[in-house]
Structure formats: C-alpha cells, structure tokens
Design a protein around this ligand. Sequence first.
Ligand code: 5AD
Ligand code: SF4
Length: 496
Amino acid sequence: MSGIRKVHVKTYGCQMNVYDSDRMTDALAPEGYVETDNIDEADLVILNTCHIREKAAEKVYSELGRLRVMKQERAARGDSLMVGVAGCVAQAEGKEIVRRAPVVDIVFGPQSYHLLPDLVAKAKAGRVVETEFPVEDKFEHLPAPTREKTIARGVTSFLTVQEGCDKFCAFCVVPYTRGAEVSRPAAQIIAEAERLAGAGVREVTLLGQNVNAYHGADHGEGWSAETGGRDWNLARLLTRLAEIPGLDRLRYTTSHPRDMDDELIAAHRDLPQLMPYLHLPVQSGSDRILAAMNRKHDAADYLRLIERIRAARPDIALSGDFIVGFPGETEEDFRDTLRIIDEVGYASAFSFKYSPRPGTPAATATDQVPEPVKTERLARLQEVLDARTKAFNESRNGMIMDVLFEKPGRKPGQIVGRSPWLQPVQVDAPTEMIGTIARVRIEAIGTFSLFGALVSTAGAVVAGDTGAAARGASGLPTTAHPANVHPALGAGAGGS
Ligand code: 5AD
Ligand code: SF4
C-alpha cells in the first residue's frame, strides 16, 4: 500500500456540517490523508450526518447498507475500508449505530472532531465510539488548512462562531445533539477570518445553531485591555470583522427572533459589508402553536421585530422556516401561518412536515396530526412560498446590482456569482473575474438563477451592496426569494 491514504467525507444536513467536514479533512491531513471526491478510491469514508428530521437520519442507514457491500467486495480482494459516522446521528445514537450497522468502525460526535487522528488509529484494533463532550475546546486543537487548500475551497467560506442551543423548542433535537450553547472566543474567530481573507476569501457566513445568541469571551491577546473583558455579541463581532481588508461580504445564519437585539439591528443599518438578507425562522403564525412550540414569542412580537429590522435596512430580504402539522395544529392555526407569510412578505422560506424526534417533548404529544393532513398543508404552503419566490425574482429584473463571482457557470463562457440577496446570477464573463465583485444588470429571470450582463455604472444607483449611502434609494419590494441555499441545505439541520 502507498503512504498516501484517501478520505471521502459525505455531508448531510446543515451548513455547519459542511464547515465541520472541512475541519475533519484538515485534522486528517497531517496524518497523510488527502481528500477524494470518489468514494470508490477512499480508504476511509466518513458520513457526517443530520438528525433534524426522521428522513435525514434514515438516509444514513441506507448509505451504510451500500458501504457494507463495498467493504465486503474490498475484503474479497484483500483490501480494506474504514467507515466512520460523525455528526448529529452519531451523537444521538452512539453505540446503537454499530449494533444496527456493524460495518461502522468509528462513531464520533460533533465535539470530538479534533480527536479524529487518534480515533482512526484506535479503530485499527477494534470499534471506537466517542460521543462524550470533552472539556477541551476542539477549535483550539483543530489544525488550520493550508493556504492552498483554502484557496481551492473558493471565495466564500463558512465560519462557525457558536454551537448548540439553550432554547429547547419542543420539536427540536439540536439542544440534545449539539448540546448547550457555546460561543468561540472573539479573538479565535477574528484570527480565522483574517486567515481566510488572506487567502482571498471575499465573503464569510458566520454559522451557529442560534448564531445571534453569540456571546464570545474576550480573552484574545490585546483585546482585554481595550474592552475591559466584556463579552462580545454578534453585532460587535460583525463590526470587527468588517474591518478586515478584503472581506467584502458578511452574512450570518441561523437566528432566533428573541436574540435579535438593538445592536444587531443597527449593524444591518451601519455595516455595508453585512448583506441585506436575513434568515429569521418563525416556524408558525399561530400564537397557540408558538406557545406549544416553546418559541417564547408570539406572532405580534415577530411582526414588530420585522418592522424594526426593515426600518434599519429597507431593502433586506427575509427568509424563514415553517413547520406544518405540529401536534395540535388545526386548520385555523395553519391559516394563521399563511397569514403571517403574507404579512411579512418573505423573500424565501422553507417548509417542513413536523417529524417527531426521539427525546423531544413534542414527540410524545397525544394530538399528533395525521400524515395526509400534513401532506396537504405542506403542498398549500409551498404553493404560496413558490409564488413569492417567483415574485421576488421578477422584482430584480432590470436592476443593477453587485455580484460576487464564485465559479464557472452552467454554460461555457458563463460564470456564476451571488447577488446581495443570495440569488445565483449567471453572466457571460471571463473566468479571471471569479473572486471579484462586479456590477451586473439583470436581464432575465430563470427558475433558479438570474441572468445578467456586466455593466459599467458610473453614476448608477446600485442595489444591495452599496451600504448606507444608497440604502432606501432602491425602493426595493421585499416579497419572495429565489432558489437559494437553505441553512439546512434542504435535508435539515439545527435552526432557530
Ligand atoms: N420536524 C420538522 N422540522 C423541524 N425543524 C427542526 N426540527 C424539526 C422537526 N422535528 C425545522 C425547523 C428549523 C429547520 C432547520 O428545521 O423549521 O428551523
Ligand atoms: Fe434551538 Fe433553533 Fe432548535 Fe429552537 S429550532 S431548539 S432555537 S436550534
């Protein structure tokens, strides 16, 4: 066998898992592992899993069935394959995974990724299950990727600043799988953001299951004297990150309405780098259901909050998550949900059938909603949301906006980037423009993308990226949102 070993990480669920998968391959790099996209040539396959809904968790077991066959075929040729299960299913099910799927060699939870080289070494002698919450800070022990690797990963990046959740919404497994809310120290995050910007990253999305509850300690070198050791909040962190040269765009996801404080709302007014897009799930429009969900606010509180956010940043696009068929939800409750969607005017929203999760309070409620009712409500909800998405897309037609180009586009000669509102924008332009922000006039609207042309815009009013000066000038309608990436990537993940 050659000295180089190959690892393939398959990621399910949320953006935090995407970030974590990169950290896992970074942790294995010093051990001689290189990443491969091809599962067939991997010596080590890791499934980074999601437990948010039943469907997401079950996908893991079907993949493990395929890996069992693969491992047997390899064994028949005298080759080996090591299989690891990471993420929230690993954390929630632990040993149960190896019982149900003996193909698995390593089970390890989200707080153990820095231990991965050790776990791989141990697994050569027999199965390993590691789902403790270690006392040490994993981020202190996770190696940074090389500059080349960061460059290869592209001009946008995720950056986890907070993990876990203390909110205990009655439907949600996150407080159990990701644990209590923990924020990374500000200095650690700033250093990571500076490293990313130094390698050419232009846009950073700060991640956390409840990111706007961020309250990072101030024990970075040089920081305590200046600030007197006060905890950082998300607004202060964003303000500091906006000072980093080259970091032109900042986003954060996903947030809880109760943690949207005045400073954070003001940051949307004051920071041109903070993109005019906010994912702020409400889950339901019915006060009765919101109370049963333990959301700690009602529909009117949410609407007032949206008003304040819009007053600070009129062109902001709002996105949300909705659950249909939560235990006890009546047709009237559901209509309240349709009503709040109308009142808020979401640019995009994601909707899910309630899925009972083991260990959560709502799972044992006796008034579960029948599956056909959930199916019917979901279809009605999605029809409304799709229409809004379309309307929001259409509202960008003819607009001049700044686009950050990320990669080659669908057709030869095209490159694709993102609008300030996270919409993919396809433009005929040379690949050398990838990594730059350029002005684009939107000329056509597709189902998933906007299509535009490069413009020179001396004196033009540019929407979205232009900061406080142009704010309000665009008079943008804020209705629906196009096909963007949900913080839970469709499959689902923790999300406020
Ligand atoms: N059933 C259905 N949807 C859920 N979500 C979280 N838990 C559940 C569940 N048990 C949704 C919420 C959250 C999004 C990421 O997933 O809407 O915001
Ligand atoms: Fe926490 Fe969000 Fe889950 Fe509620 S839905 S428990 S806020 S992660």
